[in-house]
Design a protein around this ligand. Sequence first.
Ligand code: ADP
Length: 182
Amino acid sequence: MKVKIGEAVLELVEGDITQQDTEAIVNAANEQLIPGGGVDGAIHRAGGPSIAEEARKYGRCPTGSAVITGAGNLKAKYVIHAVGPRYRDGKHGEPELLASAYRSALNICLEKGIDSVAFPSLSTGAYGYPLPEAARIALKTIISFLKEHGRPRLVRMVLFGKEAYQAYEEALKELAAREGLS
Ligand code: ADP
């Protein structure tokens, strides 16, 4: 599924983030920027050791923020490491922190002139964020960013498996209807 927001496109696909040919891909990183499991492990395995070496220079990356490195052997040119929150009960600032992780990654795209970026579903694996809520927050944040800035021209959400894809599709249908997007 795809919607247009001004000149920009927001797209949902089911797939593997490591295979994307967008200029940048986003990693669901941890604050220590140390390679972990899930999507993080897959990106470091596919991209090679240069990504972790470069990330190490930043030291720590607080929850809700993001840093950028090269992408080693991946098709993309850059990896943006964004740190989403661990979900506790939704009352510990998780929605704001999740939105902030998406916004921080998108701001890096603006600063670097990156015009296409692929995101995984931040925080919905090991960090336990319920998918329907995380989907709504992710998509609302991306839509409002694109409305304000018109860039990057392509934002692709790469959902791993049917369940994640369907949760995002449902959330996007609802938001698109509400905001008059097609
Ligand atoms: P977090 O710690 O932020 O929860 P995870 O990597 O555990 O990060 O999970 C985030 C999401 O990424 C999950 O929905 C998971 O299914 C998904 N995921 C795992 N591997 C990949 C992959 N290769 N491409 C895209 N998404 C993936």
